[in-house]
Design a protein around this ligand. Structure first.
Ligand code: SF4
Ligand code: SF4
Length: 209
């Protein structure tokens, strides 16, 4: 079946020689965020045998999106069943960082800077089955400007919706946030890329096969 999200390896030549990067395009109006994640995962499996499993990317800021947290909460029913599940999760596994008038939502870190879910004996992810969109869409290969813009928009809107829902859970002021396409959604299958991406990015990303 034809993919709705294409991730392609591209070659670039300059004075320093040849190098590779990846690019992303969307071929169907109906493409979902889950299909974007799946396309990147499939690309990694095909081309990224060189991932060293070094875990370095697990020592950087790991953004959390609203749907990521709902996925994690399925793994932690004791937190999901509390009165304020988002607060219960964020106080145990997340970090809320004030960024001007908005909030940045991240996975918590240990004292040494490692992600809260990184097992340091074998550098494996203890939360692998529920790992979030940022983890599933990152790999060590340069990306096109467009690929970067798509990923940033998909992540930033998810962070904003988590921040909005987190504040709303305690009845706090959410006026810094407009409801976006993640609002009320618990699955990436139900969120369309065309509803997430700003028009100028969508126009560059959407190409008919
Ligand atoms: S994606 Fe890169 S930083 Fe992360 S484990 Fe693989 S090689 Fe290491
Ligand atoms: S959730 Fe897992 S894959 Fe993602 S940063 Fe943490 S340990 Fe690494």
């Amino acid at each position: 079946m034809e993919r709705s999200v294409l991730v392609e390896m591209k070659k670039m030549s300059d004075n320093l020689g040849e190098s590779f990067y990846f690019d992303v395009h969307i071929t169907k109006d109906s493409a979902t965020v889950q299909e974007y994640i799946d396309a990147l995962n499939a690309f990694q499996e095909t081309y990224m045998q060189s991932c060293l499993g070094c875990g370095n990317c697990c020592y950087t800021r790991v953004p959390l999106l609203s749907i990521d947290v709902w996925h994690y909460l399925r793994e932690f029913p004791q937190l999901a069943q509390t009165e304020k599940p988002l607060h219960a999760f964020m106080s145990r596994y997340g970090e809320v960082v004030a960024a001007g008038e908005t909030l940045d939502m991240q996975l918590a870190k240990k004292e040494n800077g490692a992600c809260i879910f990184l097992q340091e004996d074998d550098q494996a992810c203890a939360g692998y089955s529920a790992r979030g969109l940022a983890c599933q869409t990152y790999f060590c290969l340069p990306e096109s400007v467009l690929a970067k813009e798509i990923r940033s928009a998909v992540i930033n809107q998810g962070i904003d919706e988590l921040a909005r829902a987190y504040l709303a859970e305690e009845g706090q002021d959410t006026s810094a946030y407009e409801k976006n396409a993640y609002w009320g959604k618990r699955s990436y299958n139900t969120v369309l890329l065309k509803d997430i991406l700003p028009q100028e990015i969508w126009q560059k990303a959407f190409c008919c096969p």
